[in-house]
Ligand binder design. Structure first.
Ligand SMILES: [Zn+2]
Length: 174
């Protein structure tokens, strides 16, 4: 059972609701209060940043899941943030970027995300992708949950790309 208690009133969800949720993953209704738990994806943002040779910046993940694999810079949207605000914050945290010349939403994809490898914390993540233009001198280094960054020719991307769905996205997009 993934979710056992109502987060609003604390009553245990009835078995039938839990089983129905496990089977179709849609929602669980509480029988004691009006709360309905919807199993929606969590939104995140990713950035495609190219240098003047057209190479794409990838970051090496410093945390699970997919620690040590290459990823687009980005992260989860905080409560109250717009997607644009989230990508501004994430790029400053991870790469020290303070100024962007142009920001344009270009695509999105879902990711099956297992938080730090804990199967009980498997969620769907909706990743909103932006094409972002910066001066390369804006990048001050790799910080936060990122180990290093590197620009890659799109024909020579590394083998170890984080998230199966992101690999598929790269194939389709580049
Ligand atoms: Zn309740």
């Amino acid at each position: 059972m993934k979710y056992r208690y109502c987060p609003q009133c604390g009553v245990e969800f009835i078995k039938d609701e839990q089983e129905r949720f496990d089977n179709d993953q849609k929602n669980i209704s509480c029988k004691k209060c009006p709360f309905v738990f919807y199993n929606n994806p969590s939104p995140a943002v990713s950035a495609i940043i190219r240098n003047n040779k057209g190479e794409v910046l990838l970051t090496k993940r410093g945390i699970e899941p997919f620690k040590g694999c290459w990823d687009l810079p980005g992260g989860f949207i905080d409560n109250g943030e717009s997607p644009e605000e989230a990508i501004y914050r994430e790029l400053e945290e991870e790469l020290g970027i303070k100024k962007m010349n142009k920001i344009e939403m270009c695509d999105m994809f879902n990711v099956d995300y297992v938080n730090e490898g804990r199967e009980d914390e498997r969620i769907q993540v909706l990743t909103i992708v932006f094409e972002i233009s910066i001066d390369e001198s804006e990048i001050s280094g790799a910080n936060d949950d990122v180990e290093e960054y590197k620009f890659f020719n799109i024909k020579e991307f590394p083998e170890k790309i984080a998230f199966f769905e992101q690999k598929q996205f790269f194939k389709a997009y580049f």
